[in-house]
Design a protein around this ligand. Sequence first.
Ligand code: GLP
Length: 244
Amino acid sequence: MKIIKAKDYAEMSRKAANIISAQVIMKPDCVLGLATGSSPIGTYKQLIEWYEKGDLDFSAVKSVNLDEYKGLTAEHDQSYAYFMYENLFKHINIDMANTNLPNGMAEDADAECARYNGVIDSLGGIDLQLLGLGHNGHIGFNEPDDTFPTLTHLVTLTQSTINANSRLFASIDEVPGYAFTMGIQTIMQAKKVLMVVSGADKADIVAKAFFGPVTPQVPASVLQLHSDFTLVADEAALSKVVTA
Ligand code: GLP
C-alpha cells in the first residue's frame, strides 16, 4: 500500500488525476473503473481540464462503474449514470458506447448482475479502479458483512449509507434501499487501485481500514492485500494515522 499525502482536497484531486492521466497515456485503450460520490468530483474536474488543454485523449478508453442505485433511471438526477455523464463523460471525448454501469432499472436482479460481470470479463478486467471510501468502510456499495462479497450483487444499503447519501436527495425517503455493486473480488482483480479520501470526518475510518485488521466488517481493509494500491488522502483524512 502506498500512501500519498495531499494538503487539501484540491491537491488530492490533482495527484489522483495525475495517476489516472499516466494510465490513459501509457495505455490509451485502458479499462478505467470509475466511482461516484463527492470525493472523485475534483479528480474528474482536473481530468476534464487537462483534456481541454489537449493533454489527454479518452477516445479509446473503456469504463466500468462501481455501482448504481436500484430503481433509478439513468435520467434521474441522483442516478450514478447521470452523475457520470454530468461530472465527466459529457465533457471529454469518451465514446458513450464504451461506458458501462449496472442498469438500475433491470427487473431481474440476478440477470443484471450476471450481465455486468460478463461486461467486465469481456473487457479483460480493470486496469485502474478509482474508489472513494464510505464512513463505515464501504467501497462501491460493499457494506460491512461477515464475508467479502465476490462479484456484482444486489445489496441492501445500511442506514448509515442511506443517511450519508440522503444529503443529495430531496428527502431521505427518496434514497433507494437497494443498489447494484461490483464485488470485492472484481475490485481486487483490478491491476491498480486508487482511492481518494478527504476530510476529518473520514479520519477514523482511514485509520481503521488501513491500519487495523483486514476484515469484511470494514470492506476497504481488504485493499491492504492488493499488490498495487495507492491511497491519496488529504491531511485531515490522515490526521489519525502517522505518515511520513
Ligand atoms: C457512496 C458510493 C461510494 C462512495 C461513498 C463515499 O455510497 N456508493 O462509491 O465511495 O458513497 O462517498 P463520498 O465520496 O461522497 O464521501
